[in-house]
Design a protein around this ligand. Structure first.
Ligand SMILES: [Zn+2]
Length: 294
């Protein structure tokens, strides 16, 4: 039995995963407003407690390994560098739980899950991309995850697609993420209908009903234009056999997928576009993938 942990900006999930990569038990919870103020210190406390909880609940004393997927941070040799801080989760957790501890970028964990067990299984050269709050990615070449020397790499969201374009969270302008993250799309729908708070579900309902209205259609079209532009760059660079898309984009597949493929095809009049697939493992990919990482 292994433990996989998926740490997100708004929630944390921990799963007990057997050797068939099935989640046998899972605990998930949102971060409290108080915890969010100092997530990195609270994270360590919460993780230790959650591991104890899931072990006790299942009457397990020892696990084979603990894998943790961490979002948007620099991870070098298992050490997480965030802002001015350096957090060595391996040294913190190993003595307590007396097992191997692995730490990796969260999107790389989800990508590994999709490549090992999901819809990318059959493809030797493939890209995995998540479209959610931000954009993350992973690249597989000859069946292996490509890992640069220092940083996690393949942060497709940081590719600049518009000179002096929209301001991005990273402080630069024109990043792919500032146009094609699902959050950008949701925010535009939110603004159009003067909504306070939206979930992927509420946005989906709205656009299902109103997709033929000009203003809604324009938002969908513009979003997919930028997404197709960014993906076309990635296809020209990596020449993947398949691209698998994860994140909340998956919710909108019926509205987005065929339009996206049509737009992509217009960039490739000389050849066929690679297979465009959706992630199979949705919300559990992070937990399962965290148990596969080394
Ligand atoms: Zn950026």
């Amino acid at each position: 039995m292994k433990i996989g942990i998926d740490m997100g900006g708004s929630h944390v999930g921990i799963g007990l995963v057997n050797n068939k990569y099935e989640i046998v038990d899972k605990i998930e919870r949102e971060w409290t407003t108080e915890e969010k103020k100092d997530l990195w210190h609270n994270f360590q406390k919460v993780i230790i407690k959650l591991i104890h909880d899931i072990l006790e609940k299942n009457r397990i004393e020892q696990v084979e390994s603990i894998g943790i997927g961490i979002p948007k941070s620099t991870i070098i040799d298992g050490i997480v560098y965030i802002k001015q801080e350096k957090i060595d989760l391996v040294s913190i957790l190993q003595p307590i739980f007396k097992t191997k501890v692995y730490v990796k970028n969260d999107v790389k964990c989800s990508g590994i899950c999709e490549k090992t067990l999901g819809n990318l299984k059959e493809y030797n050269n493939a890209l995995f991309i998540t479209l959610g709050t931000g954009i993350g990615g992973a690249y597989f070449y000859k069946n292996e995850l490509v890992v640069p020397n220092k940083y996690p790499g393949f942060e497709f969201g940081s590719m600049i697609i518009e000179k002096d374009g929209n301001l991005c969270k990273c402080g630069r302008r024109g990043c792919f993420e500032a146009y094609a993250a699902m959050k950008i799309f949701r925010d535009k729908i939110k603004e159009l209908f003067h909504l306070e708070k939206v979930t992927s579900d509420t946005v989906l309902k709205i656009i299902e009903q109103k997709q033929k209205e000009n203003e809604v259609n324009k938002i969908i079209d513009e979003y997919l234009d930028y997404l197709a532009l960014g993906l076309s760059n990635l296809i020209r660079i990596f020449e993947p056999d398949a691209i698998c898309i994860g994140g909340s984009f998956v919710y909108y597949q019926e509205i987005f997928m065929s339009k996206l493929k049509n737009k992509l095809e217009s960039y490739f009049i000389d050849r066929k576009i690679p297979k465009i697939l959706l992630a199979k493992y949705a919300n559990d990919a992070g937990i399962i993938g965290a148990t596969i990482i080394k």
